[in-house]
Design a protein around this ligand. Structure first.
Ligand code: ZN
Length: 483
């Protein structure tokens, strides 16, 4: 590994320390050894990501988790091209003549995950920085998500738009595979944008800075004109070293929200405090990155959340790194299986044992853990999936499974956690063709060797991933990445 990459990962550690907050505890995080022989489906093709499979296929015998809370035992579903055309119980469906039958008896099928908050492009596993934001690296990150069964990824506030929009276009015409890529450019005050790890980077291209409501409207209009459907705002002033440390003012975000509604643009707001989230809710904001971590939510807040039908990305993976049960990715075989030994070495050097364990659990940290756990439980029906992967030492696709397990640790049933990470996450962003497995939806699903409704850790027991009807060639990807 290079000194440069050590330096970059070394700086991660500091920011990790600065950003860490702690939460409550629960059972441990087991992991899975990479299986030597994936049993796979009866199908024998080795379709590369993005390739097209011909002819209708009928998948039989699996337990089907729909993604809206329903479960069909011994299900049959039909895939034609990239679409699910029928779903039902065995024997209930008319099966198209000449269809290829894929026997999934004993397996569980669930929708591909929908991750609403990550930062693509900067991570390269051996270094981190703006110089990594290339077309190839972006595609690699879409494939990393696909490998782990993430079908849709929203990258929030750190993408170089020109490259991002090019890759998105290529994906739409089938030239690029991997997880479906949605881009959410950022709007904020100078100093009120992404965490300083981004803004310290010499090549950082900036967010859309706004200081007046009319500037904010202009940005939303011009982003909408580019085909952008989601924008992110930061209501935060965490970068304490930088000039005007002011939060985005309510009249500015009100202008963003108003203009966004007119342009059919959705807004997701980064906000960490209860008061900021209340004000944003009153202004009409419905999507939040982070829960209130500063104090217990109250009835007024919960009433606003219910009234607005708000969606909240708790990023538990990011805020539980000091918990006694935390296992760093590089120590987990489920992560290790898709990176080289160089990457594991590098991460071990950079993160070491990490700032965790009882010695760093001050009373304030314990109290913060309690607040996060209690707030999560109070907001359970509004929680959606987002990992913040690619920003602060969380890794694409892998982090999604960590987050699912944390949802359960904090009080969801496995069934509830899966709905939050699939159907509800899609609904939060108006994604009408992903998130559930029903007729008319994109054929984005994970075939599992064990039932995640029994144990959420079974989402790691991946046999196959299908996106847009194509089987992701996980073996080929793993081979490429572990070389
Ligand atoms: Zn983020």
């Amino acid at each position: 590994m290079s000194l440069e990459s050590k330096r970059r990962y070394g700086s991660v550690h500091l920011w990790l320390l600065a950003l860490l907050v702690a939460t409550a505890c629960g059972p441990g995080v087991p992991s899975r050894e990479p299986s030597a022989a994936e049993p796979g489906a009866a199908e024998s093709d080795t379709t590369a990501p993005g390739a097209t499979e011909a002819g209708p296929r009928v998948f039989t015998g699996a337990r089907l988790i729909v993604g809206d809370g329903a479960v069909i035992e011994n299900a049959t579903f039909v895939v034609q091209g990239d679409i699910i055309t029928a779903v039902g119980r065995a024997g209930e469906l008319d099966v198209p003549a000449g269809a290829t039958v894929v026997d999934l008896t004993g397996r569980t099928v669930m929708p591909a995950l929908v991750n609403t908050h990550a930062h693509l492009g900067w991570e390269k596993y051996t270094s981190w920085g703006s110089e990594n934001f290339t077309r190839d690296n972006l595609i690699d990150h879409l494939n990393r998500h696909a490998y782990y069964g993430v079908g849709t990824i929203i990258s929030t506030g750190s993408d170089r738009e020109e490259i991002a929009l090019q890759v998105r276009r290529e994906q739409r015409i089938g030239e690029v595979g991997g997880a479906r890529y949605l881009v959410s450019p950022g709007i904020g005050t100078p100093g009120g944008g992404p965490n300083p790890r981004f803004t310290d980077d010499e090549g950082f291209w900036g967010i859309h800075h706004v200081t007046t409501p009319s500037e904010a409207r202009d940005i939303v209009r011009s982003e909408a004109a580019k085909g952008i459907r989601i924008v992110k705002i930061w209501v935060d002033a965490r970068d304490q070293r930088r000039g005007a440390q002011v939060k985005l003012r309510p009249e500015i975000y009100a202008a963003v929200l108003d203009e966004a509604q007119v342009r059919d643009v959705l807004v997701i707001a980064h906000a960490l405090t209860l008061e900021d989230q209340k004000q944003l809710l009153r202004a009409g904001n419905r999507r939040f990155i982070h829960m209130p971590y500063d104090r217990d939510v109250d009835e007024e807040y919960l009433a606003l959340v219910r009234e607005r039908n708000a969606f909240i990305v708790p990023t538990l993976g990011m805020v539980t790194k000091r918990e006694p049960y935390y296992i760093p990715a590089f120590q987990d075989p489920f992560f290790q299986e898709q990176v080289s030994s160089e990457v594991i070495e590098l991460l071990t050097d950079a993160y070491g044992d990490g700032p965790r364990g009882p010695s760093v659990r001050t009373p304030a940290a314990v109290e913060r853990s309690r607040v996060i756990a209690d707030n999560f439980e109070a907001l359970k029906d509004h929680i959606i999936l987002g990992t913040d992967a690619g920003a602060v030492g969380d890794f694409f696709g892998y982090a999604d499974h960590v987050e699912l397990a944390l949802f359960v640790r904090m009080g969801m049933t496995p069934a509830e956690a899966i709905v939050a990470a699939t159907g509800r996450s899609a609904r939060a962003f108006g994604l009408i063709d992903v998130g559930t497995l029903e007729a008319g939806m994109s054929a984005d699903f994970i075939v599992l060797d064990a039932n995640p409704l029994d144990d959420i850790e079974n989402t790691r027991r991946i046999s196959q991933v299908y996106l847009r009807g194509d089987r992701v060639d996980r073996d080929a990807l793993r081979e490429r990445w572990t070389r």
